[in-house]
Design a protein around this ligand. Structure first.
Ligand code: CU
Length: 386
């Protein structure tokens, strides 16, 4: 059956497109050039908007996101293009503060569990994610106005096999448009990854062609703002012949660009995202959380880290102090393996698999060895118990 897309609100324009047609569209160079040109123009346009407005006007926009979304719906009921629909037709807020992210002073901190969940025995995985704008405590002293999948940064870790069927539905419970872009999928982004208006849903189906660890993220324009505000996660695809048994962990690196807190909640700041000098970094959404509460394995374990980098901008020079990676899979495992590696960069928007044999007991710091970034929170501890 060909991969397909459905939207709950406008069935008339959602005739499923054959996969062959979608592949033709996505690989045509002229389309790619046009997309890049449009994206560049969009970024320039938005940067100009943000910089030309005094701060009090941004404050006004924050409180008006619901009505702005309503205006999008009014002028674009079919919402045809996730990369040009939202931002060009209403003023995008320069911060992530929305009505539902306010008043987060009592939100509790929780450690994000890095353990890879088991793969399902079914060859079909049904995912129904809800896009939510919520306050999240990312450090004891920091609550952020997050845009999320399923209410957390990152979104849920998904684990499937190469060639499985992924049936995905996104429901938007937020106040502005959101969308979903799976790097494990090969689909026409203008169809499958387009924006979903508040209160609406969109479904699509795909089969991951390659094994590996893949990012997923909101692709609504400007993507920088939506990814930078927390809308990302990781999907692990096992090869058909499973890799060796190991203790498996998923680490998703991201950057935090924060504005001044209001009522205890710090919004993500779009102008700071454009300047690309982050306040904080994290593995799995909380700076330094695995220093405070390390990851534990036993001597003799094979340890496998699936490292995905949500950026939105900087790479992750992944390294473990006092250890070496026996194997790094640059692409789809079990191919693309290199051996005896000290450090390897995971690009923003990329994912790689790192393996080490835990044959020495001790406390091993895993870190983004670009130390200005490790120091800001992309750091943790792996404890190898005797
Ligand atoms: Cu979004």
């Amino acid at each position: 059956m060909p991969d397909q897309v459905e939207e709950s609100s406008s069935p008339a324009r959602d005739t499923p497109a054959p996969l062959a047609d979608l592949a033709t569209i996505t690989t045509r160079p002229s389309n790619r050039r046009r997309f890049l040109a449009e994206a560049s123009a969009l970024a320039t346009f938005l940067a100009g908007c943000m910089r030309s407005k005094p701060e009090h006007e941004h404050e006004h926009e924050h409180g008006d996101t619901t009505s702005s979304a309503a205006k999008v719906a009014e002028h674009s009921p079919q919402n045809p293009d996730s990369r040009t629909d939202t931002a060009l037709r209403h003023a995008m807020p320069a911060s992530s503060s929305t009505p539902s992210t306010r008043g987060g002073g009592n939100i509790a901190f929780h450690r994000f569990d890095p353990v890879l969940p088991p793969v399902s025995s079914s060859r079909t995985t049904r995912l129904h994610f809800t896009a939510r704008e919520v306050p999240i405590r990312v450090r004891e002293d920091t609550v952020v106005a997050a845009w999320t999948f399923e209410g957390d940064i990152p979104g849920p870790i998904v684990h499937v096999r190469q060639g499985d069927t992924v049936e995905f539905t996104l429901t938007n419970a937020g106040s502005i448009p959101h969308s979903m872009d799976f790097h494990a999928a090969q689909l026409d982004p203008k169809v499958a990854f387009r924006s979903v208006l508040p209160g609406q849903s969109l479904s699509f189906t795909y089969k991951p062609k390659y094994s590996g660890v893949f990012l997923y993220h909101c692709g609504t324009a400007p993507v920088l703002m939506h990814m930078g505000s927390g809308m990302f996660g990781a999907l692990v695809v096992d090869p058909l012949t499973p890799l060796r048994r190991a203790k498996e962990f998923v680490l998703v690196q991201n950057e935090f660009y924060l504005g001044s807190p209001h009522e205890g909640v710090a919004p993500f700041d779009y102008v700071k995202m454009l300047a690309t000098l982050p306040d904080l970094f994290a593995f799995n959404g909380r700076p330094s959380q695995y220093q405070t509460a390390p990851i534990h394995v036993k001597r003799g374990d094979l340890v496998r880290f699936y490292v995905a980098n949500a950026g939105p901008t900087h790479p992750c020079a992944f390294h473990i102090v006092g250890e070496q990676f026996d194997t790094v899979y640059l692409g789809a495992p079990p191919g693309s393996a290199i051996h005896g590696v000290q450090t390897f960069d995971v690009a923003a928007g990329g994912g790689m698999i790192f393996e080490m044999q835990a044959d020495i007991p001790g406390e091993f710091v895993f870190v983004n060895h670009a130390f200005g970034h490790g120091q800001k929170g992309a750091i943790g501890v792996l404890v190898v118990e005797e």
